[in-house]
Design a protein. Structure first.
Lengths: 145, 1041
């Protein structure tokens, strides 16, 4: 689902020591960490809910979701608000790094395993200089299971 | 093309028509005599409208069926056919089929409408018809429509002209901002659409390009060519009459036709409408009795534009997520929005001016506007009950026919409005209530007549406002609820015990029908049986925040009243917190708040099996801790002073004895040396909640204010969480979850253990406690007082003649078996009435300290099995251990040991154990009475005794208290019994050599064997003081064998 024919506009962020990205078109906003109300009995990767301008938004801890351990509660962490068609969901990440424009030819299919994280969560990888940026498959990440 | 949107609109309209048609048909049916023409016309117009639009969309089956119905209706309004029951039945059934097709338009083409056509035809006598297919040609001479000749004639009746109209969707409609439905509606105002269709290819897809999409209408109207041309905006050749009738100018017409260049280039010839030929069930009127056009007002009657209707939903499945809103409401919203903006601007200004007074004024006006805005927005969600009530007429009619009863349904208050969500959810439970009435409430007509009631029963559905709620009452004049049958059923299903039942009032009995598992139907009938009970109905209403009540008079009827809140979006709630988390409890589920002061907790909070219960005004309420529900670590609580989260060392709420002996001096000082039990913060806060079926208490850390909160839904990741009903945003901007009172009971698998709602019953309560049954011997000394001793301690009963009693210095005895048997008179030991003068007495012989003693009794009353607990305080005195009630008499339990000690000379207590030889013993018994007795025996002998009330408690004490030498335990206890305790002890590394003795009323080989298997060292009968002390000697001094 890439924009244009030549390049992808990506928002790059870190989860643990992994560089991840989502397409700009999927990101609604980026918010600083605010008080998250825990919802007991929800799945472990669901941190809870927050008040996003009057809307109750689910916050998912991407660290836990990807199997890497919870995202720390520090000043660097951010909530990436992504919209999935029906509802907005907040992704809690270690930090937002950059916005970059990636030429489509640099985008490849993801390996089955990215630094210990299942490749199923990603739909592509991008080489950006020395770094490997893994582009997320939001549908899979946000799935109810 | 906006076909989808237009199709949607058509479906909505069709649905509305059909709904009205049903109620009109029912109305026509119940009237006697000739049809109410106005109503018939209304139905006719509705069907006609559906037919026309269906044709446009290529929904041919729908078109055919409507066409057939239209013909029948036409005959009715021509007074050729009287609408008897058969006729209306045929129309109703066909309307049902039509409804189903409208619900699923794409599937409608494969629906078999033959049966309906046959049905419709069956109610009419076949009439000779002229079914010659007649072609209607377009201006190019190509056939556009094919119709039977008689229909054409019919259409032209009354001097109407038939025109063929050729529209182009693109140039005539899109270009002018009209939709096809608009066009059809316009046409309907001034004539009849005989047929209508799009140019279609063989697959039924509209043919055409982006620039041209043809669509044809065969139109009958009293207007002439010129007027029709004006009306439609069509010029010849796109409008031409059929046939070239004499009053027209055929030559001119033909000339125009010949000369007119076809405007639609590349238009495919429309396919012949073969379906037209299959109208077997049609019949044309033979001789019109009257001119239906003249009679009815229909051509000129405007078809109401949908948006000025009062608020209605579109129940078609695809449309349930959309809503129709009254334009007035929308206007109001617009106005308020405008005012809001103004007010906000003002506020911004005032804030920068820093004048507090100004800001306050602004804030006030803002507040007012916001309130109004909130009300207005909420009112958009309000729908009238007619949406739900609409289907009930039909339901009652069909059901009553099925069961052979005569019932009339009266409906009042259909205009009462409720929130959309509530409306959508009450349909099913209300249906169930009405079915119940029809099925069980109303009697057969013959029976009614015999009882002096009219054959026609009435069910009344009445909705009205009362005290800020909406009340819906379903009442019938049937046989009422038979409380006798209810009682029987409750007993049969073991929902209640006989004693409780006998104490219930009639109203309480009637309300038993809401218990799960209840159904008074003698057999499960098809329409309201099948396990859907009144408990489900009640739960349905409770989920919506409603309450339900039943009133009934035997023989006269039953009324069920449901009270519902007006809206669900904003609800008053009580805020509660556990640790540092705040939750909202909807007020509608809140019964009361209870705060148990620290010192009463032990008395009022107890364990039954695995559950915590609380005593509330004589009944037992199951308790849940919110921290347990949420799965929070029990270890923490908020320090009342600092708010800090600290570890909680109390294991059980009901266990108020902290390990005080293990506190360090610093800790004790910090506590201020006060008994922690009495700190106000150790009080327990409980919210008593109503989950619909039963009540329970929720234990929370703190109770806060009541607030009106806005309910917001949780996202899809929380669909599986049963405990939450939604979320809200608090004043501080944080999200707080709303608890789902019913969901919590499911999550925790809390069922009403039958200890909740019932009226107080001391006997039942006591029965919950698991005591061993002890056999008690009941006897009398003086006539008025009854006494009891444990049968297990009685050796024999003897009869002693007055003459053989020797009295030496106040001490009595008798010669017995070669020795002297000391005889005890209780009145010499306790403050009880003396023995009467009798010829002979009973001596209850027992043994103490190796000697036999006889307790004198004037009569032996009975031997009873008892698991009663004894009240130790009321009648406590020397020689009396306690009292209870046996067979309605206050009965005093005799302390046999004490009696012997004080009544028999030379009877000495065993010396207390030598100093330093006292042991540390753990006594375990769930009955405070027995526990204290045994502990008492042991302490008197100089032992140090710790107490536990069940195996679990005992085990944890064994883990925390060091130096325990021996355990004396009851067998029958809740939570963990004596045998299990013994097993646990034996398998515990540090404890396996502990001496464990059972003190129980169970006996017999089997019991003893089981005890041995579990690891018990011994088995003693309760209240045998000597044996108890003996066993200490035996096992501790001499060691275990």
């Amino acid at each position: 689902m890439s924009n244009g024919e030549d390049s992808m506009e990506l928002t790059v962020f870190t989860v643990g020591d992994l560089l991840c990205a989502v397409e700009n078109s999927e990101v609604r906003e980026i918010s600083g960490l605010r008080h998250v109300t825990p919802v007991h009995h929800a799945a472990p990767h669901v941190r809870g809910v927050v008040n996003l301008r009057g809307q109750i938004m689910t916050v998912m801890d991407l660290g836990v979701r990807l199997g890497m351990g919870p995202v720390p509660d520090d000043r660097k962490s951010r909530i990436l608000v992504v919209c999935t068609g029906e509802e907005d969901v907040g992704l809690l990440v270690d930090g937002v790094e950059d916005v970059l424009s990636a030429p489509s030819r640099d985008v490849e299919t993801p390996p089955s395993n990215v630094r210990g994280v299942s490749g199923a969560f990603f739909r592509a990888v991008l080489k950006n200089g020395d770094d490997l940026v893994s582009i997320m498959d939001l549908g899979r990440v946000l799935a109810d299971d | 093309m906006e076909n989808d949107e237009t199709l949607q609109m058509f479906l909505e309209e069709a649905h509305d028509h059909l709904r009205d048609i049903e109620s009109d048909l029912l109305g026509i049916e119940t009237e006697t005599g000739p049809a109410d023409l106005e109503r018939v016309n209304k139905v006719f117009r509705g069907i006609h409208s559906i037919k026309g639009a269906a044709g446009f969309f290529g929904l041919n089956r729908i078109k055919e069926l409507s066409h057939s119905m239209e013909n029948l209706l036409n005959r009715i309004r021509n007074l050729e056919i009287l609408p008897n029951r058969r006729v209306s039945e045929a129309l109703l059934r066909s309307a049902d089929v039509l409804s189903a097709m409208v619900e699923d338009p794409h599937g409608s083409e494969s629906v078999d409408i033959e049966p309906s056509l046959v049905l419709l035809g069956g109610v009419q006598e076949p009439v000779a018809r002229d079914t010659t297919p007649t072609q209607i040609l377009d201006e190019m001479g190509l056939p556009v429509f094919i119709l039977p000749a008689d229909e054409l004639n019919l259409a032209r009746k009354g001097g109407k002209h038939l025109f063929v109209l050729h529209f182009d969707m693109v140039s005539d409609l899109d270009g002018k901002g009209k939709t096809p439905l608009d066009v059809l509606h316009d046409l309907e105002r001034t004539g009849l659409i005989v047929d209508a269709k799009l140019s279609q290819d063989t697959r039924g897809n509209p043919v055409g390009s982006a620039r041209s999409l043809p669509f044809h209408v065969l139109y009958a109207t009293v207007l002439d060519l010129e007027m029709t041309s004006l009306l439609t905006g069509l010029e010849p050749p796109r409008i031409h009459p059929h046939p070239a009738v004499p009053e027209k100018r055929p030559v001119e017409h033909a000339a125009v036709v010949a000369a007119g260049a076809p405007r639609q280039a590349g238009r495919k010839p429309p396919k012949a409408d073969a379906a037209k030929a299959s109208k077997k069930a049609e019949s044309a009127p033979s001789i019109p009795a009257a001119d239906p056009v003249a009679k009815s007002a229909d051509p000129s009657e405007a078809h109401q534009a949908p948006t000025t209707d009062s608020v209605r939903t579109s129940p078609a499945p695809s449309a349930s997520s959309s809503l129709r809103v009254n334009v007035k409401v929308l206007d109001r919203l617009m106005t308020l929005a405008g005012e809001l903006v103004l007010s906000r601007n003002q506020m911004v200004q005032k804030v920068s001016s820093r004048s507090l007074a100004d800001i306050q004024a602004s804030s006030q006006s803002l507040s007012l506007i916001i309130s109004e805005l909130q009300e207005a927005v909420m009112s958009t969600r309000m729908q009238p009950l007619s949406i739900v009530f609409g289907k009930f007429q039909r339901l009652v009619r069909d059901l009553s026919a099925e069961v052979g009863k005569e019932i009339r349904l009266e409906v009042e208050g259909e205009d009462v409005e409720l929130d959309k969500t509530v409306i959508e959810s009450i349909g099913d439970p209300l249906t169930h209530l009405i079915r119940n009435s029809v099925d069980h409430g109303i009697e057969l007509p013959d029976i009614r007549e015999r009882n002096g009631k009219p054959r026609l029963a009435v069910i009344r559905l009445h909705a009205f406002h009362e005290a800020g709620k909406v009340v819906i009452a379903v009442s019938d004049d049937g046989r009422g609820i038979d409380t006798g049958a209810v009682r029987e059923k409750a007993l049969a299903q073991q929902l209640m015990d006989p004693q409780t039942l006998s104490k219930m009032t009639e109203k309480e009995l009637i309300n038993l029908i809401f218990l799960p598992g209840f159904s008074t139907a003698k057999k499960v009938t098809d329409i309201s049986g099948r396990g859907v009970g009144m408990d489900v109905v009640k739960t349905n209403f409770t989920r919506l925040g409603g309450v339900i009540d039943v009133e009934s008079k035997g023989g006269k009827g039953t009324t069920i009243r449901v009270k519902l809140p007006l809206t669900l979006a904003i609800i008053p709630s009580l805020m509660v917190s556990v640790q540092d988390e705040t939750y909202a409890v909807p007020q509608v589920n809140l019964v009361e708040l209870v705060r148990i002061p620290a010192r009463e907790v032990r008395n009022r909070v107890e364990r039954i099996g695995d559950a915590l219960v609380m005593r509330l005004r004589g009944r037992l309420l199951p308790l849940l801790r919110l921290s347990d529900v949420l799965g929070l670590e029990k270890k923490a609580f908020a320090d009342p002073k600092t708010g800090e989260i600290k570890p909680d060392r109390r294991r059980l709420v009901e266990d108020r004895r902290g390990p005080v002996d293990r506190e360090t001096p610093e800790e004790r000082e910090r506590r201020g040396n006060a008994d922690r039990r009495y700190h106000s913060s150790s009080a327990v806060n409980i919210a008593v909640l109503n989950s619909g079926a039963f009540q329970y208490g929720l234990v929370v850390d703190r109770l806060h204010e009541s607030e009106e909160i806005v309910v917001k839904p949780l996202g899809r990741h929380f669909h599986g969480c049963q405990c939450y009903a939604g979320a809200t945003i608090l004043g501080d901007g944080r999200v707080s979850l709303i608890l789902d009172v019913v969901g919590i009971t499911r999550h925790m698998d809390l069922r009403d253990a039958g200890v909740g709602d019932r009226p107080p019953d001391e006997e039942a309560r006591k029965r919950q406690k698991l005591h061993d049954a002890q056999s008690m011997l009941l006897f009398r000394v003086a006539d008025q007082e009854q006494f009891a001793v444990p049968l297990a301690l009685v050796l024999r009963l003897e009869v002693v003649g007055k003459a053989s009693i020797e009295d030496i210095g106040g001490r009595r005895s008798t010669q017995y078996r070669g020795g002297t048997l000391p005889l005890l008179d209780l009145s010499g030991i306790s403050r009880v009435q003396p023995l009467p003068d009798q010829e002979s007495f009973f001596a209850i012989v027992y043994s103490v300290g190796g000697r036999e003693v006889g307790l004198l009794a004037s009569q032996i009353v009975d031997i009873v099995e008892s698991n009663e607990d004894f009240d130790e305080t009321t009648f406590r005195q020397p020689g009396i251990l306690g009292s209870t009630i046996f067979q309605s008499h206050t009965t005093l339990l005799v302390d046999l040991y004490e009696a012997a000690r004080s009544g028999v000379p030379g009877f000495a207590k065993p010396a207390p154990v030598a100093r330093g030889k006292g042991r540390r013993i753990l006594v375990v018994d769930d009955s405070p009475f027995y526990r204290r007795q045994i502990a008492g025996f042991l302490r008197e002998s100089g032992h140090e005794v710790h107490e536990a009330e069940n195996g679990d408690d005992a085990f944890s004490k064994l883990e925390t208290i060091s130096g325990i030498d021996m355990v004396m335990t009851d067998i029958e206890m809740p939570v963990m019994d004596g045998l299990e305790l013994a097993r646990r002890i034996r398998s515990h590394q540090g404890m396996k050599n502990l001496a464990v003795v059972a003190v129980s009323s169970l006996s017999g080989e089997e019991a003893m064997r089981r005890g041995r298997d579990a690891g018990l060292d011994g088995y003693i009968v309760k209240l045998d003081r000597e044996k108890i002390l003996e066993s200490v000697e035996k096992f501790l001094v001499h060691g275990r064998c």
